[in-house]
Design a protein around this ligand. Structure first.
Ligand code: B4P
Length: 196
């Protein structure tokens, strides 16, 4: 199985690149942000709780996101592999994901770590806010999300570096240019795993 985490700050292009990755590699896309936004739109009990956190730029509690992820993996067992977009977002989620995959006899193959500088991230998110009206794409919430990323999510880089799974990719340039860099890395990994 090819299991890839797409990792990066808010606005680094995780969602954008995931779409291209699933088309080329046939992986099952799990975006916790997208699932949560769907719950908010349908005004479910979970959505009402999630909205409180998302609109303030905070992470939704782990017990909610880990349960959500477990259900999605369980219902898509036959997939060729997964792309985890927006999960894990802290060390606790990283450890939970490892345990979950180990129990299914598989593991994370690699993490694609998209690096983009903060002024560019803010520019992209403000633009999306104007176009989509997403409640968390305003300057105050963006700054909070970037702080949460620095303090809670970034430490995961070390976690995956220690496992030898971190692949850093520049997330600046056109969407196609960035995808070529990602595809080159994933093709190399696929080749190495099929020869081993
Ligand atoms: P997410 O939905 O994961 O969204 P994101 O990090 O804000 O954006 P992403 O990096 O996917 O950006 P995109 O490709 O769209 O999370 C939203 C919230 O949900 C979180 O803040 C949190 O509250 C909650 N949440 C989600 N998962 C959670 C978890 N596991 N635990 C707890 N809470 C969780 O790109 C952004 C914009 O840039 C787009 O408009 C795009 O068109 C543009 N763009 C992309 N690539 C570009 C490029 N190369 N050049 C120019 N613009 C580009």
């Amino acid at each position: 199985m090819l299991n890839v985490v797409i990792f990066g700050a808010p606005g680094s292009g995780k969602g954008t690149q995931s779409e291209l990755i699933i088309n080329k590699y046939g992986l099952y896309h799990i975006s916790t942000g997208e699932v949560l936004r769907g719950e908010i739109k349908s005004k479910t009990e979970l959505g009402i709780i999630a909205e409180e956190y998302i609109s303030k730029g905070q992470l939704v509690p782990d017990e909610i996101t880990i349960k959500m992820l477990t259900n999605i993996i369980d219902t898509n067992k036959s997939s060729k592999g997964f792309i985890f977009d927006g999960f894990p977002r802290n060390l606790n989620q990283g450890e939970a994901l490892d345990i979950l995959l180990r129990a299914k006899g598989t593991a994370i193959t690699a993490i694609i770590n998209l690096s983009v500088d903060e002024p560019e991230l803010i520019k992209r998110l403000l633009k999306r806010g104007e176009e989509s009206g997403r409640s968390d794409d305003n300057l105050e919430t963006i700054n909070k999300r970037l702080e949460v990323y620095r303090t809670q999510t970034e430490p995961l880089k070390e976690f995956y570096k220690k496992q030898g799974k971190n692949i850093s990719i520049s997330g600046t340039g056109s969407v196609d240019e960035i995808f070529s860099r990602i595809a080159e890395a994933l093709d190399r990994i696929k080749e190495a795993t099929s020869n081993s």
